[in-house]
Design a protein. Structure first.
Length: 95
């Protein structure tokens, strides 16, 4: 899954050594919205796992759920500073 720590941080980032940008599949899909984490929790987990960009493509209402969850997580200190810092560095490379 796009927000799985073992897959993103473990397999992609650590085992394979991939340090490029990672973008999720569309988080409006049922696999995310119907998961126990839901689209909000999944978004937080995705960023903490090492994903750089979260795609919300066909359902604009889902965008607000994602942003609300991420803002709440940031205010609560639930977003990992190291993951965000590394993501910021990857994003800066392409700017």
């Amino acid at each position: 899954m796009s927000f799985s720590q073992p897959v993103v941080r473990g397999l992609l980032r650590t085992d394979w050594g991939y340090d490029g940008l990672l973008m999720t599949d569309d988080f409006s899909m049922g696999a995310v919205t119907s998961s126990p984490e839901g689209i909000g929790g999944g978004s937080v987990e995705a960023l903490n796992a090492g994903v750089d960009l979260i795609l919300v493509s066909y359902d604009p209402d889902q965008f607000y759920l994602v942003m609300y969850a991420l803002i709440r997580a940031a205010r609560a200190g639930a977003l990992q500073d190291d993951a965000l810092g590394q993501s910021d560095q990857r994003l800066a490379k392409i700017r």
